[in-house]
Design a protein around this ligand. Structure first.
Ligand code: PLP
Ligand code: THR
Length: 388
């Protein structure tokens, strides 16, 4: 095996539970990309990219969209565009991706303070949580007034109740605050809740719609909002190096995914997650949060489970895990689900005699596992068992 060749079970997504970002482009996707348009998207001349932007904007009820190569870029330029006169701050859930996993983009690009809030119900921010933590623009020169409430739907796979979103929307309008949605899993929210995608335009001023997550595209997100907002966001996208040229091929692959039966694909992945959650309940394995959609967050702290043991048990059965978060996507096989159950159960049993003290909630990313072995116990040389 060459030093760069991965073992067979490392090239498929069917056993990859690390994230729904690990789906791989299908041969059909690659085939349609061959007939993609070839214009320069910076000049708005790539038809497939313009079509993708219009399609996603229309799907979610907005007037304009902007193709971004990642959800991080889409989120960060959205929030930068909303923020106009510092000092200001953004309020979000303490687990929000824009705060925890976008490398301090809010501090650097937007020079914004962040007010991270722990939801009083443990799952999602209520209007009362926001009201008791936001910073009013009342002329107090000590403060950095809240300008944007940035929510995530879903967050850690938890569905945001629509009525709560409307309560927050009404209050934000009355208090001149903007609402952004990190919609990395907005398609999951739509598929599971039945809320029409267009209804989110009544709530959020902008949504970062990821295509590279559960919908299964290899690359990209589309930021949606009104025309003036998207025009300015485009300026920040260029500034951040996100103005890519012939993006037709990746746009066409994304269009293939959104034109397809994404609801069916996503509902399949949710059924697998619900199956694992039911198994955990049956075995007495605690979960950190409700498994509403495509994630199962095992409460490692409560179970005193060592995430490294869980990863190694996964390798023993030939499935890829990153820690306590078990992610599902449409390419996961039923066979792999059964293997994950074995790994989770064995790790839980092991913890009973080898309790591990986990500091704080489940870490999505973890350092590389100490040992690497395949199903037959052979060492797997130089393979990262985690994305980071
Ligand atoms: C909730 C959430 N928001 C945003 C992102 C950023 O997306 P990307 O990895 O494409 O930058 C991710 C991760 O993929 C995510 O999980
Ligand atoms: C954690 C985050 O960066 C990544 N989007 C994931 O969900 O795997």
């Amino acid at each position: 095996m060459s030093e760069f060749e991965l073992p067979p079970n490392y090239v498929s997504a069917s056993n990859d539970f690390r994230s729904d970002t690990f789906t791989t482009p299908t041969s059909e996707m690659i085939q349609v990309a061959l007939s993609a348009t070839k214009g320069d998207a910076v000049y708005g001349e790539d038809t497939d990219t313009v079509l993708l932007e219009k399609t996603i904007a229309k799907t979610f009820g907005y007037d304009a969209g902007l193709f971004c190569v990642s959800g991080t870029l889409s989120n960060q330029i959205a929030l930068r565009t909303h923020l106009t006169q510092p000092p200001y701050s953004i309020l979000c859930d303490y687990r929000a991706h824009v705060y925890t996993h976008e490398a301090a983009g809010l501090a650097i690009l937007s020079q914004s303070m962040v007010v991270p809030v722990i939801p009083s119900n443990g799952n999602y921010l209520t209007l009362e949580d926001i009201q008791s933590h936001y910073i009013p623009d009342d002329g107090d020169i000590h403060g950095a007034p809240t300008r944007v409430i940035s929510l995530e739907n879903t967050l850690h796979g938890i569905l945001y109740p629509l009525e709560e979103l409307f309560r927050i929307r009404t209050w934000c309008k009355a208090n001149n605050l903007l609402l952004h949605c990190d919609g990395a899993r907005i398609f999951n929210a739509c598929a599971e809740s039945g809320v029409p995608s267009k209804q989110f335009a009544e709530i959020f001023d902008s949504i970062s719609v990821c295509l590279s997550k559960s919908v299964g595209a290899p690359i990209g997100s589309v930021l949606v909002g009104d025309v003036k907002f998207i025009k300015k966001a485009n300026h920040f996208r260029k500034q951040q190096g996100g103005g890519i040229r012939q993006s037709g091929m990746i746009s066409r692959m994304a269009l293939y995914c959104v034109d397809g039966d994404w609801k069916e694909k996503i509902r399949y992945s949710h059924s697998l997650a619900h199956n694992l959650a039911a198994f955990c309940k049956q075995e007495g394995i605690p979960l950190e949060s409700p498994a509403d959609t495509n994630f199962v967050f095992i409460d490692l702290q409560k179970a005193k489970m060592d995430p490294d043991v869980l990863v190694k048990k996964g390798l023993k059965y030939g499935v890829k895990l990153m820690g306590g978060r078990v992610s599902f996507h449409y390419q996961i096989s039923n066979e792999s689900l059964e293997k994950v159950k074995l790994a989770v159960k064995e790790s839980f049993e092991y913890a009973k005699t080898h309790p591990y003290s986990q500091n704080g909630p489940t870490q999505i990313y973890r350092s590389e596992s100490t040992e690497k072995m395949d199903v037959d116990g052979n060492a797997i040389r130089d393979i990262k068992t985690y994305k980071y």
